[in-house]
Design a protein around this ligand. Sequence first.
Ligand SMILES: *Cc1c(COP(=O)(O)O)cnc(C)c1O
Length: 386
Amino acid sequence: MQRRYFDYAATTPIDKRVLEVMIPQIENNFGNPSSVYSFGREARKSIDESRDTVARVLNAEPKEIFFTSGGTEADNWAIIGTAFANKNKGNHIITTSIEHHAVLHTCKYLEKHGFEVSYLPVDEYGMVDPEDVRNSIKESTILITVMYANNEIGTIQPIKKIGEIARENDVYFHTDAVQAFGSIEIDVKDLNVDMMSISGHKIYGPKGIGALYIRKGVKIDNLIHGGGQERKKRAGTENTPAIVGFAKACELVTENLKESAEKAIELRDYMIKNILENIDEVRLNGHPTERLPGNVNVSIRYIEGESILLSLDLIGIAASSGSACTSGALDPSHVLLAIGLSHEIAHGSLRFSIGKDTTREEVDFVLEKLPAIIQRLRDMSPLYNS
Ligand SMILES: *Cc1c(COP(=O)(O)O)cnc(C)c1O
């Protein structure tokens, strides 16, 4: 059976060109980058070059890039690290109710350790109001963390504006750009961010690797303690092959960003229009235009998103019901509840995410099969029949 992948927001297949640069690293470049002899120096050189590449694509300086084990660690580090390093100034953190769990659960953890967290609401499209951010800042505020683009509904936040407000008030600003990076252009200087998280496996790179951009001068504690790697800020022997692969992925994904975004937007809007026209009692979740190029998220009334997923899987289509982290659990997605959906409607939601390899033929296949699947499930649904 031909399989069709529509879950690029959960993870992406590795780009062949990324794999090609990783293999020689795994096979030959095994030296410990901290060693002084040639084996070590070669590994060190690969890491340095990779750091230069990542810095270049973000318009950062190499010494502002710190490799981590992925987006989750980068989020934990940014939040816990600045909270503890600046607790003499205050204990208040501002975030939003639609963050990824890597941010939300980290904030919850800090609440247990004496920090106070404001979780800002969003509007029906999942947008944060920068004025809400401004009004929530108080004397004790030390950090604002707002995601660049939402992983479930694709809404892109006014990050530059929020960054301006943070800077005016002399408060650190972190953004989780794991979903945004590779889909929209990012320039850390232009964005007014102090810290930014990115991840390899969302951009056709390897899993278990990512980076935290830390603007020079930001006061931040270490999260991982041990050796002196990453300029004494993140301990642990570097994962050279993953770092080299990650840098290659960063380079490739930003190279053709404009064209690939345009192509994805075309497929996305075609898919949304078709679903809204051909299936009744369905709504689009997220912002109509300020959304990630590859994100389609809809709620289909009277049936469970999970049942649709299973039916789609039987014909080789891989999609997601809101978020991979929440599927399998009974709680509806916190993001869908935050935009005001009832539990019932939130349960009937479905996310298709489009990537660089998605074709019109694949989209047409989904659009052809989906209405019948939904009709069949609705015919069995007591909710629909009453
Ligand atoms: C995937 C994702 C993460 C986690 O990144 P990992 O590299 O998988 O740890 C964090 N935030 C967002 C918005 C994500 O989409």
